[in-house]
Ligand binder design. Structure first.
Ligand SMILES: [Zn+2]
Length: 492
C-alpha cells in the first residue's frame, strides 16, 4: 500500500511519502528555508492555534507564509493536539476554520476532538460525533479555494468507531485525511494497536486521498506506516529530542551522553566530533542535534522511497521491524490484513521475492499465489504425478516423462506445478534452503490440500521424499493417495 505520490498545493508540489517538520511559531530553531535547503523538506506544518495566539490579526493580514518567511507548502494543524494534552483550548471550531481560511496555509485542518487512549466507549463515540459534525460545519464555513482541507479520523482504539468515522468523513468534501490519536500509542510503543488503527482507517477511507499519520515521524516506525498507506508524517521530535539531548538513529533514540561514537554519516556527524557536539553551547547543541535528527529522518524517507521503486518495501519493513520486539509484534499483527494489502500489490515486480523470516509468508506475493492456486488452477490431464523437492533445478529421472505431471514443493508458496514456474514470483525468488517451521508447514498444508482436490485424477503418485529437509516424511500429507503412492527417498 506504500506509494510515491505527487501532492499539488498552491505553493508547489510535494513528493510523498514525506515528513512535515513541525514549526513552533514561538520558537523557530531551524527555519523552513534552512530545512528545505539542507534536508530537502518540501512542506512544513505549524499550528494555527499557536499562530492565532501569537500573531492574531497580523497573520490574517500577512498570511501564514509571510509570518514563517517561507514560500513553500505549509500545513496547519488546528489545536486538536493541545486539546489532547491540556483538555481544552479557548478557541471555537468556527473561529479556527475562518482563521485558517484567512491566513491561507496550503493545507488546513478542522478543530477535531482527539479521542485519546484509555477513554470509555461513550466518550470515544462522542469525540467521533463531534468531529464529524464539525467536519460538516467547516465545509459550510470555508471559502478560500487555495486552501486544501484535512478531515481527521478519530475513534482511538474503538475500531468500529474508527471505521465509521473514516467512512463518513471520506464521503465529505475533503482533500486529505489525518489519522488521529496515535501519539499516546507511539509514546508507549503500542505499535500493534497502531496497525489496527491505521489499517481500519485505510480500509474505510477513499484510497486516492493522501493520508497523514499524526505524530509518527520516527524513522524506526516510518517504513511500517508507509507500507500501510500513510503518505504524510509530522515530527516535532527532531527538535524536542534535540532540546533533551536525544539523538535519533534509524532504529532507536539514544541519549547524547550514552554515545561513545557518532553512528551516522550526516553532514553534522561528519563535520563535528562527538566531543565538539557535547561541548557546544546549549543553543548550538540543540541546533546541531536537530539537524542531525532531521537528516536521519529524511534519509529514512529516501530509503523508503527507493524500496517502493524497487518493489521491496515490505521486505524493508521486515528488516526494520527487527529493531524492536514491539515492532516485530506490529508486523505480525499486519498479517491480519494481508488479504486487503494484497489487493494493492503489483502482480509482478522488478525484483525477486526474498524470504527473510516467517513473516514473509504473509506477504502479498505468497497470499496471492496461494489464493489464486486454490481458486483458478486446473492440472493437466496426465495420469502420473511426480512431487519433487524444492531446490532441485534438474528434473528427476522419470520412467514415463511424457505422461507425468511434475510439481515442486517451494516453501512458502507450497505446491508449484512445473508449468507455472516462470510466473512471477515463482521464477524469481530467494528462500533459505535451511527451512524454518513456517516454511515446512506451508508445504505440508499445500500438498495435502492439493491431493485432496486433485489426487483422485492421477493413476499413480511419485513422492520424492526428503525427510532431512522437511524435518519429517511427507508421506502423511499424501494420506488421500496412499494406495497409489510410490515413495522415492534420496540415496547417498
Ligand atoms: Zn548525524
Amino acid at each position: 500500500m506504500g506509494r510515491i505520490g505527487k501532492l499539488t498545493t498552491a505553493h508547489g508540489e510535494v513528493t510523498t511519502p514525506t515528513l512535515m517538520p513541525v514549526i513552533d511559531p514561538r520558537d523557530i530553531v531551524l527555519t523552513p528555508r534552512e530545512m528545505r535547503r539542507e534536508f530537502g523538506a518540501e512542506i512544513v506544518i505549524t499550528n494555527a492555534y499557536l499562530i492565532l495566539r501569537h500573531y492574531g490579526e497580523k497573520a490574517t493580514r500577512q498570511g501564514v507564509h509571510r509570518i514563517l518567511r517561507y514560500d513553500g507548502p505549509i500545513m496547519t494543524d488546528s489545536g486538536g493536539y493541545q486539546i489532547l494534552r491540556y483538555g481544552t483550548i479557548d478557541v471555537g471550531p468556527e473561529e479556527i476554520v475562518l482563521y485558517q481560511d484567512a491566513i491561507a496555509p496550503d493545507i488546513a485542518t478542522i478543530l477535531d476532538i482527539p479521542t485519546g487512549i484509555g477513554v470509555d466507549r461513550g466518550r470515544a463515540a462522542e469525540t467521533v460525533e463531534i468531529t464529524l459534525e464539525r467536519a460538516k460545519q467547516a465545509i459550510r464555513l470555508r471559502s478560500n479555494p487555495k486552501v486544501a482541507w484535512c478531515g481527521p479520523v478519530q475513534g482511538g482504539t474503538f475500531y468500529d468507531l474508527v471505521a465509521k468515522c473514516a467512512r463518513e468523513i471520506g464521503k465529505l468534501d475533503y482533500q486529505l485525511h489525518a489519522i488521529g490519536s496515535p501519539v499516546e500509542l507511539l509514546e508507549e510503543y503500542r505499535y500493534a494497536e497502531i496497525v489496527d488503527l491505521v489499517m481500519t482507517a485505510k480500509q474505510n477511507l477513499p484510497p486516492e486521498r493522501p493520508t497523514h499519520l499524526f505524530g509518527a515521524g520516527h524513522p524506526m516506525m516510518l517504513p511500517l506506516a508507509v507500507a500501510m498507506g500513510c503518505d504524510l508524517f509530522d515530527s516535532a521530535a527532531y527538535v524536542l529530542y534535540a532540546k533533551d539531548d536525544r539523538y535519533i538513529t534509524p532504529d532507536k533514540t539514544l541519549k547524547l551522553n550514552d554515545l561513545a561514537y557518532l553512528p551516522c554519516e550526516c553532514p553534522i556527524c561528519s563535520e563535528y566530533t562527538l566531543d565538539e557536539i557535547k561541548g557546544a553551547s546549549r543553543e548550538e547543541r540543540v541546533k546541531l542535534l536537530a539537524k542531525h535528527n532531521l537528516s536521519v529522518i529524511f534519509g529514512e524517507l529516501r530509503r523508503i522511497r527507493q524500496a517502493i521503486v524497487e518493489g521491496r518495501l515490505l521486505e524493508y519493513v521486515e528488516m526494520k521491524c527487527r529493531a524492536h520486539p514491539r515492532l516485530l509484534n506490529a508486523l505480525r499483527r499486519l498479517a491480519v490484513y494481508r488479504d486487503f494489502i494484497e489487493r494493492f500489490d503489483p502482480v509482478t515486480k522488478p525484483s525477486a521475492f526474498f524470504y527473510l523470516g516467517p513473516e514473509s509468508a504473509d506477504r502479498p506475493e505468497v497470499v496471492r499465489y496461494i489464493r489464486r492456486f486454490a481458486e483458478r488452477y486446473e492440472p493437466p490431464a496426465l495420469p502420473i504425478l511426480a512431487i519433487v523437492p524444492a531446490f532441485e533445478k534438474e528434473r528427476p529421472k522419470l520412467e514415463d516423462p511424457d505422461r507425468t505431471h511434475l510439481v515442486r514443493l517451494i516453501p512458502p508458496f507450497g505446491v508449484v506445478p512445473e508449468e507455472l514456474e516462470d510466473v512471477y514470483p515463482l521464477g524469481q525468488f530467494q528462500v533459505p534452503q535451511e527451512l524454518d517451521e513456517r516454511q515446512k508447514q506451508t508445504v505440508v498444508d499445500s500438498l495435502s490440500s492439493y491431493l485432496r482436490r486433485f489426487g483422485h485424477r492421477y493413476e499413480k503418485v511419485l513422492l520424492f521424499d526428503d525427510p532431512a529437509r522437511w524435518g519429517k516424511s511427507l508421506v502423511d500429507a499424501c494420506e488421500v493417495v496412499r494406495e497409489k503412492l510410490t515413495v522415492v527417498t534420496p540415496t547417498g
